[in-house]
Design a protein around this ligand. Structure first.
Ligand SMILES: Cc1cc2nc3c(=O)[nH]c(=O)nc-3n(C[C@H](O)[C@H](O)[C@H](O)COP(=O)(O)OP(=O)(O)OC[C@H]3O[C@@H](n4cnc5c(N)ncnc54)[C@H](O)[C@@H]3O)c2cc1C
Length: 412
């Protein structure tokens, strides 16, 4: 495989209008949208095909809707497993059922599905960026083993990697250290006939377990499990979950086998400890940060993809067109993106959701004990009404604020 791929002969020069560094979901989508709008774009990433990495593994209805707007839903659907009902269970009882189209899709499949749709005019350079220099007129990107790339605008989409941000004097402040631990693994049914439900969410049963929820859903060739807990990195339970997942899960969620049927854990248990971090001193000439490079998200909230979709859609759809034709890109010009009301709203919402979910799961103060009772009781009541009048429940849910524009999963 060649380390440099040029989709369109005209865009083979190292000078581009826009350079996107980092080809995860944010960077790949940004390059796709900018290329589609006719900009000369260079996308640079370490890997030609995104490696198998534990990140977001399903898309909700709001996210699917955005991908539809981007003209990507067919390409993504071809690699995803759709499902329409999620059964939400707590302490062995059904809380409610969520009816909405979701896609189960592993992160590398999602990123590669978008890369396969890359418009002509986007040049992909496979390589490790070792240094970036930004300024109002020209951005310089030094790539190991490649000629330097220059551009008018640099989009930094490097996820949690710190090195390049540091080159620019951009720092990262951890605002919620060790917020949560996420696990990802495959479950397979041991009984004949498979699992009882296609998709299930099981909430933690005891505050002391620190379990927010276990989400089971289909992806290509497997039933995937995402488990989100609030525990310390060195906790013996965290180690036990990695080493003896079936027994550890069974002890913490005794209703699991009853809810889905008998199971085995298959293959490795991926895990990830999240520190929520925000970029600081990011208002600079010539460079914008998107996705995790700007702010990381607690995976339990399911808002990471919604956040980055907003970043990319607002940047590529509203701001880059305004800057087209500018000879200089000052921090003051680029500030409009960071000050975008929709971006600020979803960034703040993701943080508020992270605090809410953590407290709802492990808060021991009277307020949170009551809110826990209220939260699940209200959902049970809404579930009862839903059977009689789905339209009324839709309105109540809107009032309750359970859905955001990008539809943070109602299952949580
Ligand atoms: C375990 C886990 C579970 C999650 N679950 C969910 C979920 O259920 N729902 C949800 O909405 N969100 C979820 N998220 C959040 C979501 O996955 C992230 O917000 C999203 O993947 C961030 O994408 P990104 O493109 O900003 O960064 P990344 O996907 O990390 O991409 C960064 C890219 O930059 C490249 N790069 C970095 N440095 C360099 C360099 N020097 N040179 C070249 N390339 C470089 C990397 O190779 C990589 O390709 C989860 C996150 C985690 C960690």
């Amino acid at each position: 495989m060649s380390s440099e791929h040029t989709a369109k002969p005209e865009n083979t020069k190292p000078g581009a209008e826009i350079a996107v560094v980092g080809g995860g979901l944010s960077g790949t989508l940004a390059a796709y949208l900018l290329g589609r709008a006719g900009h000369a774009v260079t996308l640079i990433d370490r890997h030609r095909n995104f490696p198998r990495t534990f990140r977001s593994e399903k898309l909700g209805p709001g996210e699917i809707e955005v991908f539809k707007r981007f003209g990507l839903s067919a390409a993504i659907a071809a690699r995803a497993v759709p499902y329409d009902e999620t059964v939400n269970i707590r302490r062995g009882q059904v809380v409610d059922r969520t009816h909405a189209r979701h896609f189960g899709i592993l992160y590398h499949d999602l990123v590669d599905a978008i890369r396969a749709e890359m418009p002509q005019g986007v040049r992909f350079v496979q390589g490790q960026v070792r240094e970036v220099k930004a300024g109002a007129r020209r951005q310089r990107i030094a790539i190991v083993g490649h000629e330097e790339v220059t551009a008018r605008l640099l989009v930094l989409a490097t996820g949690t990697g710190d090195t390049l941000r540091r080159d620019l004097g951009i720092s990262r402040r951890i605002i919620r250290p060790r917020q949560s631990v996420a696990f990802g693994f495959n479950l397979c049914p041991t009984g004949a006939g498979g699992f009882r439900h296609t998709a299930v969410t099981l909430y933690g049963e005891r505050v002391s377990d620190g379990i927010d929820y276990l989400s089971l859903f289909p992806v290509a060739g497997a039933t995937r499990a995402n488990l989100f807990v609030y525990r310390d990195r060195g906790d013996s339970w965290v180690r036990a979950l990695r080493e003896r997942p079936k027994e550890t899960l069974g002890a913490a969620l005794p209703g699991l086998a009853g809810a889905i049927g008998d199971f085995e854990v298959e293959g490795p248990v991926d895990s990830w400890i999240t520190d929520i971090a925000v970029a600081e001193n990011y208002r600079q000439d010539g460079v914008v940060l998107v996705g995790d490079a700007f702010q990381t998200t607690c995976p339990a909230t399911g808002t990471g993809v919604a956040r980055l979709l907003t970043d990319v859609e607002r940047l590529c759809g509203s701001y880059v067109p305004r800057w087209t034709g500018h000879n200089v890109m000052t921090a003051a010009d680029l500030a409009a993106f960071y000050d975008d009301a929709e971006k600020r709203r979803i960034d703040a919402y993701a943080l508020a959701m992270a605090d809410f979910r953590r407290r709802l799961t492990i808060g021991t103060e009277m307020e949170w004990r009551l809110r826990r009772q209220y939260h699940f009781a209200l959902r049970r009541v809404l579930n009862g009404i839903d059977r009689l009048s789905p339209a009324l429940v839709g309105k109540l849910r809107q009032l309750w604020g359970a859905q955001s524009r990008h539809n943070v999963p109602s299952a949580v």
